[in-house]
Write a protein that binds this ligand. Structure first.
Ligand SMILES: Cc1ncc(COP(=O)(O)O)c(C=O)c1O
Length: 456
């Protein structure tokens, strides 16, 4: 078959193991530091927040980790996800490029996030935990953890960034349908939230603030742990089912990507699709260009500093070395809520420092135009976050056209935008603007980066 559109794997070919890129990197990523002592943290330091099984995955150095059978069993509700060849988009663009996209919007919550929500809920349940607190930006992660909590009988409490809470009421309704509770962040339920509200009652919120609230709840309640939907090593590792499947599906297509594109908020969907291919390259396989796309209004990889910083605004988390805009930086309230994070996954940052990946930033009106063009050709309406990857892939395809070259482009269509229709309505009404972040605020946030010992 030469004109196949969907490459579909049988359930029996779903990955049995997660892939850990740490095993293949030429140097290990810098250690996580204790915020008080500024010394590397040990597993016990993280125990108030996470179950030990996840902490051990966080510090794991083996290349592969078995996916527990109960997790694989739930993955089968939507995995393996389809790989599409975007033949109609290729035609619309009149490009000689071959464009493939892995579609993660087929999951129950509508994005890649359940790939890690399910194992995180599983390991918490195994450790006897009854309640998990978390943050959410666009609501994709909150609804994914709410879904996973329902399956494992765990109560889920979600702090949702206020600007998204107001923009996306149906995401909150979905979380509540799964049985979770969801409050707008900053909230008056935590010290961290109250401190922010005292200074500004109308604060739009940020992922950094919502993380502080959720961490505070976990740290102050014995029956509650914390879960993060991105950034951490174990989260990125859980997402590698995406890239592993894509590899097998491209084999069915008798192809291999020249370029891989993903959007980056905290880095998990990007790592999920890219790390298995980068790993193959590091082990002597074919070289692949890997491009991370981020919003111009929150450009951690392209404008941030590579430095130790807190993962949250109230400075409750350990210090990680990453590309950061400063933990107090509040990005403007643009529509790709999942990309409004001040930092980047340490493993993605490390890969950037090693020259294994590139990064580009796009404005929101440009990415919405790309999303609309994509929907009109392929039918699927992408999430605003995913539109960044769509635009990245389209630009690569147009470059092929300009150069008269055919390349294979693979991108992660990490979620659908069915709960994001207000953003599309605003786009069509001409109300979406390309808000700039405040340069003065960025400079101040960067000036506040914590001091760490030289060796780190
Ligand atoms: C659909 C979608 N894509 C991307 C992201 C960004 O997260 P990450 O960079 O970890 O994939 C989010 C986060 O909420 C999301 O909902």
């Amino acid at each position: 078959m030469t004109d196949t559109v969907k490459y579909v794997l049988d359930e029996s070919r779903m990955p049995k193991r997660w892939y850990n890129i740490v095993a293949d990197l030429p140097s290990p990523p810098p250690p996580v530091l204790h915020p008080g002592t500024k010394q590397p943290v040990g597993p016990d330091d993280l125990a108030p927040l996470f179950p030990m099984a996840l902490i051990m995955q966080e510090v794991a150095s083996e290349r592969e980790i078995d996916i527990p059978e109960p997790v694989r069993d739930i993955y089968r509700q939507w995995r393996p996800s389809p790989l599409f060849r975007a033949r109609r988009l290729e035609k619309a663009l009149q490009t000689p490029a071959k464009i493939y996209y892995k579609y993660e919007g087929v999951s129950p919550a509508g994005s890649h996030k359940p790939n890690t929500a399910v194992p995180q809920a599983f390991y918490n349940r195994e450790a006897g935990i009854r309640r998990i607190a978390t943050e959410t930006g666009a609501g994709q992660w909150g609804s994914s953890l709410a879904f996973a909590g329902a399956l494992f009988g765990i109560e889920v409490k979600v702090f949702m960034v206020r600007v998204s809470y107001n923009q996306k009421p149906y995401r909150r309704a979905l979380m509540e349908t799964y049985g979770a509770t969801c409050v707008a962040s900053p909230s008056s339920e935590t010290q961290s939230g109250r401190a922010i509200l005292e200074k500004n009652r109308d604060h739009p919120g940020s992922l950094g603030i919502a993380i502080s609230e959720a961490v505070e709840v976990a740290a102050t309640h014995d029956d509650t742990k914390y879960a993060l939907g991105s950034v951490l090593n174990h989260v990125l590792m859980h997402q590698t089912v995406v890239g592993q499947e894509a590899m097998a599906q491209l084999e069915m297509a008798n192809d291999y990507p020249d370029v891989i594109v993903g959007c980056t908020g905290g880095g998990s969907n990007f790592a999920g699709i890219a790390f298995p291919f980068i790993g193959a390259q590091l082990r002597g396989g074919k070289k692949v260009r890997v491009v991370a796309i981020e919003p111009a209004a929150c450009p951690s990889l392209t404008r941030g500093q590579y430095a130790y910083d807190f993962g949250d605004t109230s400075h409750l988390t350990p210090l990680v070395k990453m590309h950061t805009l400063g933990s107090t930086f509040t990005p403007p309230g643009f529509h790709a809520g999942g990309l409004r994070y001040h930092g980047m996954a340490p493993l993605v940052s490390h890969c950037k420092e090693l020259g294994l990946i590139e990064a580009r930033a796009y404005t929101q009106t440009d990415v919405f135009k790309a999303g609309v063009d994509f929907a009109r050709a392929e039918g699927i309406l992408p999430a605003p976050e995913a539109n960044h990857a769509v635009k990245g892939a389209i630009d690569e395809a147009l470059r092929c056209k300009a150069e008269g070259k055919s390349r294979s482009i693979l991108f992660n269509l990490c979620g659908h935008g069915h709960f994001d229709m207000q953003a599309y309505m605003d786009y069509f009404a001409g109300k979406l603007t390309d808000q700039k972040y405040d340069e003065g605020e960025l400079a101040m946030a960067l000036a506040g980066l914590p001091a760490v010992p030289k060796a780190a």
